[in-house]
Design a binder for this molecule. Structure first.
Ligand code: CMP
Length: 136
């Protein structure tokens, strides 16, 4: 059964010119792009998106970073799309968790600047897609 996930190419990925690489890997995996947009995220949207981290010590820095420049937001669809994109992304910590061959394993060094975001569950995907793409 097909499902949908939210993918973000974070400001580090956009400024480093890695949008094409991320999109290419999504497409090569067999996942489908349903929506794709370059945008600047409002602080209120970022706060809601990362609400579960609001008590973490890195919350302020995270908001600062995610609103620091344009990012790419996408709806990605396919069988087990949530898990499939997380496989492509690799673990949150690009050195300790992400393995070579994954986006973070290949292109990132620091947990904060970890290139991409993908919804971590089907429930999170539903919540995040409503927030980022209310008309879809
Ligand atoms: P993401 O998958 O977008 O979800 C939460 C984000 O918080 C995560 O990617 C990282 O960018 C960031 N994050 C998680 N842990 C840390 C940390 N220890 N220090 C800085 N940023 C973090």
């Amino acid at each position: 059964m097909s499902e949908r996930t939210l993918v973000l190419v974070k400001p580090d990925g956009v400024s480093r010119g890695l949008v094409g690489e991320v999109i290419s890997r999504i497409e090569r995996k067999g996942l489908r792009l349903v929506a794709l947009e370059l945008r600047n995220v409002a602080r209120s949207v970022a706060e809601e998106h990362y609400a579960e981290h609001k008590d973490k010590p890195f919350f302020g820095d995270l908001l600062e970073f995610i609103t620091s420049g344009p990012l790419v937001a996408a709806i990605v669809e396919g069988p087990r799309a949530v898990a499939a994109f997380r496989q492509l992304a690799g673990g949150t910590d690009p050195v300790e968790k992400a393995t070579p061959g994954t986006l973070r394993g290949d292109y990132a060094l620091e947990t904060q600047f970890n290139l991409v975001h993908g919804s971590d569950s089907v429930e999170s995907a539903e919540r995040e897609l409503k927030l980022w793409f209310p008309d879809n």
